[in-house]
Design a binder for this molecule. Sequence first.
Ligand SMILES: [Fe+2]
Ligand SMILES: [Fe+2]
Length: 134
Amino acid sequence: MSYIEFDASLMVGNRLIDQEHEVLISYINLLQKAIENEASGNIIEKVLSGLVEYTKTHFFVEEEMMLAYGYSEYDIHKKAHEGFKKTAVDLLGKFERGEDINLDEVHEFLKDWLINHILKLDIALAGFLKGKEL
Ligand SMILES: [Fe+2]
Ligand SMILES: [Fe+2]
């Protein structure tokens, strides 16, 4: 496993979206660090729930921008957000209930999904927003 570097390759070109993605990536790296350090369940839970909460806020911000500017890909993008949110909330719930989950796999899933989403749907959204914001 390697830490994610938030560099130009992950930037979509919208200042607010990029700032929020940087925070999300920090959470993913923090989760990795906690796993590597065999941190207590309490700490892992805090990182996971922080990630879930920030993800919800971030998705909401993107969705509001899509609605404000009448983005034609809103439905498909929103659906992708909803799917991820549900999976992340389910994983957090399983962890909180003490169910057996593989944290390395959880980390890989979150990381792969986010990077893939940023590089596909969020880049497209940022392109659409270009020149539209104040
Ligand atoms: Fe998105
Ligand atoms: Fe995003």
